[in-house]
Design a protein around this ligand. Structure first.
Ligand SMILES: Nc1nc2c(ncn2[C@@H]2O[C@H](COP(=O)(O)OP(=O)(O)OP(=O)(O)O)[C@@H](O)[C@H]2O)c(=O)[nH]1
Ligand SMILES: [Mg+2]
Length: 580
């Protein structure tokens, strides 16, 4: 069942977190696919903005429930989701507002755009392609009167929707739970009371007493709603963890048995894990190499349930190819932790093949994201060094290079200088910072201020016109937007995004700064999983790498036997000394 995040946990199947938040989409209750309004903060250069917007649109259209491991609709049949480019609040010297992330002017723009889009069709939720705090998300939900998903939330939702096996479902739910745990925020309700939920449901006190250690309500003052929700999350979490531990054990046994099940020479089967950014073509490549039929799709995170397939190398040696979940920039930490059991396949593999989509405009970012995640999950530097880098979709590369328009550096600098940011009203009112308890007050203040400031009808009419015009131009052709579909405004923003900053902070905190010495600098082989170009070359390379590894392993064993010098036992030693 596909469900909104708050709703996922609020449904009867799951623990109760926010009972008042209705699901914005549920395949059980409605036949229509979720419609999201995509809010993309501006980025520089334009090429990066273009790539990020494309990814955001693909993410929004990827949120669909699978049925028996397949998706009932064709990805390319889906209309382009409505979208709006907005000012990026993480300008140099500024930081996003603690209460609403965006300034009041931008929030109003989003609200008007939402109304304009809704005049044509219903919108189920707003997707902000940035990382929001719980308070920012909740406040935006209240202002926009719609569920709001941030990047992390949507990715976790997609994992939940696409999970098919019990293992993937457990892990996806655990990730959702960890994410939700950090979102349990209290906001001041209309009557000034601290409450939960978008609609400000009243705080309740459960019968379970705090002071009584869970013995009933005789001695305790009872549990606040926050404590109640936390307890429920923790209970469910420990259940999921115990189930996942079972999965890990089973996986470890399966791996061991695969290793034992030798080829004709009696050695175990080597495992080659195919890793890469989501949509790079991993499943298509594994299918072609193993002559099997794994599900592949333009939808992001089409593979959430890993699969292993047999392939025969040119030397006649059999190997196991492991198709895994794809990575993405700002991959939620919760997902990495929850999918530990699945990702262990990558850590334990004998060889890694890194598939890169050579047609992606931000290929370097994709590469470094994958390298970071590999380090994060504990793949050894030696294994990363030995990894084969495959540039896939080579058939599309030429096409992309023809249409590519590089942003002139001089032009870019000029734009930077001129980017004095036309949203001054935003920044003026952004100067105050507040503590959590004052957020609700600031929201209503900002709202009132905005209502006085702008004539909503005029802006809405204008936006409606813009939206219709933009929609006519939009075209999904090959999954990437055409350059001219971007709504061009003059207010260019800083090149550093919050996501980038958070990524940097995360890397710094976890000692994951990019190490240029790690990983190859270019492709080892270029392939097209669709036309079959380069596949034989790839198989030969895998063969060569594995046989070199085998030789090295044999040498290590030999040397360790040879190095084991004879030493006299203590009794012999003493007798030798006596003889001397
Ligand atoms: N033109 C072209 N398309 C390709 C190639 N390889 C894969 N594709 C297409 O790219 C899309 C994504 O392919 P997948 O194999 O599902 O990609 P993936 O890396 O497994 O994606 P996730 O499972 O979502 O991480 C599909 O529509 C494929 O048909 C290629 O070499 N050339
Ligand atoms: Mg796949």
């Amino acid at each position: 069942m596909l469900r909104s995040f708050s709703a996922a946990l609020g449904s009867s199947r799951k623990i109760l977190i926010s009972p008042s938040s209705p699901p914005f989409y549920s395949s059980e209750s409605t036949s229509h696919l979720p419609k999201l309004l995509v809010v993309q903060p501006r980025l520089r250069p334009e090429k990066l903005l273009h790539a990020k917007l494309n990814e955001a649109l693909c993410l929004a259209n990827s949120l669909e429930d699978q049925r028996d491991g397949y998706f009932p609709t064709d990805f390319f049949d889906k209309p382009l989701p409505p979208h709006i480019l907005v000012q990026n609040p993480s300008l140099k010297g500024h930081c996003p507002r603690a209460d609403t992330y965006f300034g009041p002017g931008t929030v109003d723009n989003i609200k008007c755009h939402l109304h304009a889009v809704e005049s044509q069709d219903d919108v189920d939720a707003v997707f902000v392609n940035a990382i929001l705090s719980g308070i920012q998300q909740r406040n935006l939900e209240r202002i926009l009167d719609k569920p709001v998903l941030d990047r992390v939330g949507l990715i976790i939702e997609i994992f939940n929707a696409h999970a098919f096996t019990k293992e993937a479902k457990l892990q996806a739910e655990l990730a959702a739970l960890s994410y939700k745990k950090t979102r349990l925020v209290r906001v001041r309700g209309p009557g000034g009371r601290y409450t939960f939920g978008a609609s400000g449901e009243a705080e309740v006190v459960s019968a379970r007493g705090r002071g009584s250690g869970g013995q009933g309500f005789i001695s305790g003052a009872g549990e606040t709603e926050l404590q109640l929700q936390r307890r429920r999350i923790l209970e469910r979490r420990s259940y999921l963890l115990s189930q996942i531990e079972e999965v890990r054990r089973t996986r470890a046994l399966q791996r061991a048995s695969r290793k034992r099940r030798g080829g004709s020479s009696g050695q175990g089967l080597a495992t080659v894990a195919v890793v890469g950014y989501t949509n790079a073509g991993k499943s298509t490549l594994v299918s072609r190499l193993s002559d099997s039929d794994l599900y592949s799709d333009c939808r992001l995170f089409a593979t959430v349930d890993p699969r292993v397939r047999n392939a025969v190398l040119p030397s006649g040696k059999k190997v196991l190819l492991s198709d895994t979940v794809g990575f993405i920039s700002d991959l939620p930490v919760q997902l990495v932790e929850a999918f530990h059991a699945t990702l262990e396949e990558v850590v334990e593999a004998d060889l890694l093949v890194h598939v890169v989509d050579s047609s992606a405009p931000n290929l370097d970012e994709h590469r470094s994201t994958v390298l970071q995640v590999l380090q994060q999950i504990g793949v050894s530097a030696e294994k990363i060094q030995n990894m084969i880098e495959v540039w896939n979709k080579i058939d599309m590369e030429e096409e992309c290079m023809d249409g590519e328009e590089y942003f002139d550096e001089e032009e870019e600098e000029e734009a930077d200088e001129n980017s004095s940011f036309n949203g001054e009203d935003d920044m003026k009112s952004d100067t105050f910072t507040e503590t959590d308890k004052d957020y609700a007050g600031s929201i209503s203040g900002a709202e009132n201020e905005a209502i006085e400031k702008i004539d909503n009808h005029n802006v809405c009419d204008q936006l409606l016109g813009d939206y219709e015009a933009t929609n006519e131009k939009d075209d999904y052709s090959d999954g990437w937007l055409h350059e001219n579909t971007l709504v061009n405004e003059d207010d260019f923003c800083s090149s550093s995004t919050v996501a980038d900053q958070q990524n940097e902070t995360f890397k710094r905190d976890n000692g994951l700064e990019k190490d240029s010495s790690i990983g190859p600098s270019g492709p080892h082989v270029k392939t097209s999983a669709v036309t079959g170009v380069g596949l034989q070359e790839l198989l030969e390379l895998i063969d060569k790498k594995l046989s070199v590894q085998d030789k090295k392993a044999a040498q290590v064993i030999e040397r360790s036997v040879f190095d084991r010098k004879w030493r006299p036992s203590p009794s012999q030693e003493s007798s030798i000394a006596v003889e001397q």
